[in-house]
Design a protein around this ligand. Structure first.
Ligand code: NAP
Ligand code: GDD
Length: 384
């Protein structure tokens, strides 16, 4: 039997990497679209890379861009995929306020380019399409928790572009009978998460603070709440959505919501450090109250304990309004009943397990001298 062929846009991103690995293990041939970059941008998938001279490859990369219709149409025509996972996007909400037109082009019209290419190439009966929709669509939430029927109210250029993608996917499904579905995924994180999203920014910073490499981290809105799951669980939902006989739209979430403030406390406590917060708004700050010496010694290292103990009482978290967004999404919490009942999907990681996975990864990463030499400090200069 010939192998199933999947095409993944955004293959170099967090979800693209986990999904590629998952599909290859299932016996797929995976084609991925990556952007040309002046630096290597395939770190997350390098372990899957195969030399083009190998005869039987199950991972093949193509240069492409969501803003280039001809390029996308040519790739889809060449690959003739059974399944397309459209994961490519300018995915940072804060950055979308700085680059609204580009975001609309890549995240909105980009989806149309994929759908229209499949239609023009007469692949409507063959190719199933997954669209990476988002809980950001709920924005100024109209209902708690949010489910498939909750009205959308997007609050950023990113979310507005994704709103177009959501509806154009529904429209092509209804107009042309295409197997095109939306996964409305709530925030999902992992050790592969981009460094400027809040969870990864925090797990990197607490690791560096514990090792004495950084004094303090500056954050934005500490009171917003997110429903965080593990990306490893969420890519399985993408796969399941495309295995259904009929296309449909699904909320994928954990059903638990937590403030940024509490995620910061959780992350420090993974390293045996207790942090409390005082003050409000821009004056809010987090300071060290206690250290669990056993945990700290075991994970961070005995050689750092003496120095760190001197820091009890020190402020390690501050607020910088530069990170505030012009319009914020205050709370997201999803109702995943439909996914549980129809797809048989459920999350296997709770927030504690996710946080543990990320902090353990980052503490090891920060201990590596090579990493520091290669620009471990860069993030401090960005306002995302
Ligand atoms: P990510 O790590 O930021 O990855 C985005 C991917 O898209 C990267 O491979 C990026 O390439 C690529 N890309 C960006 N602009 C492109 C363009 N113009 N042409 C071609 N490729 C482009 O995002 P993620 O967390 O994996 O998320 C995957 C998708 O799910 C995104 O569409 C995101 O909006 C959506 N989503 C994410 C979440 C979440 O919590 N993670 C929740 C709901 C929906 P480079 O590597 O070259 O930058
Ligand atoms: N990035 C960031 N940096 N966010 C901060 C910071 C900070 O220093 N301080 C507080 N936050 C708050 C943001 O204001 C937001 O309320 C929350 O942390 C989460 O921010 P992000 O991690 O950047 O994610 P997001 O929720 O805006 O968007 C992510 O999830 C969406 C799904 O709901 C992205 O992955 C989107 O692509 C995705 O669609």
């Amino acid at each position: 039997m010939s192998k199933k062929v999947a095409l993944i846009t955004g293959v170099t991103g967090q979800d693209g990497a986990y999904l590629s690995e998952y599909l290859i293990k299932k016996g797929y041939v995976v084609h991925g679209i990556k952007r040309r970059s002046s630096l290597f941008n395939t770190d997350r998938i390098d372990h899957l890379y195969q030399d083009p001279h190998e005869e039987t490859r199950n991972m093949i990369l193509h240069y492409g861009d969501m803003t280039d219709s001809m390029n996308l149409t040519r790739i889809i025509g060449d690959v003739q995929p059974d399944e397309i996972y459209n994961l490519a996007a300018m995915s940072h909400v804060k950055v979308s306020f700085d680059t609204p037109e580009y975001t609309a082009n890549a995240d909105g019209i980009g989806t149309l380019r994929i759908l229209e290419a499949v239609r023009l190439l007469n692949l409507t009966n063959k190719t199933r399409i997954y669209q990476a929709s988002t809980s950001e669509l709920y924005g100024l939430v109209q209902e708690i928790p949010q489910k498939e029927t909750t009205p959308f109210y997007p609050r950023s250029p990113y979310a507005v572009a994704k709103l177009y993608s959501y509806w154009i996917t529904v429209n092509y499904r209804e107009a042309y009978g295409m197997h095109a579905s939306n996964g409305i995924l709530f925030n999902h994180e992992s050790p592969l998460r981009g460094e400027t999203f809040v969870t990864r920014k925090v797990t990197r910073a607490v690791s560096r603070i514990a090792l004495g490499l950084q004094k303090k981290v500056y954050m934005g809105n500490l009171s917003s709440k997110r429903d965080w799951g593990h990306a490893k669980d969420y890519i399985k939902a993408m796969y399941l959505i495309l295995q259904q006989d009929t296309p449909d739209d699904y909320v994928i979430s954990t059903g638990v919501t937590t403030t940024i403030r509490d995620f910061i406390k959780m992350s420090f406590s993974e390293l045996g450090i207790d942090v409390m917060f005082r003050g409000v708004d821009e004056k809010e700050e987090g300071y060290i109250t206690n250290i669990n010496e056993n945990i700290f010694t075991k994970i961070v290292g005995e050689e750092h304990l003496l120095n760190f103990k001197k820091r009890i009482g020190e402020v390690v978290v501050g607020v910088d309004p530069a990170y505030f967004r012009p319009t914020e999404v205050d709370i997201l919490i999803g109702d995943n009943t439909k996914a549980r009942t129809k797809l048989g999907w459920e999350p296997t990681y709770d927030l504690k397990a996710l946080c543990h996975d990320m902090v353990m990864h980052d503490i090891e990463l920060m201990k590596k001298e090579e990493f520091l030499k290669n620009g471990g400090y860069r993030i401090l200069n960005y306002f995302e």
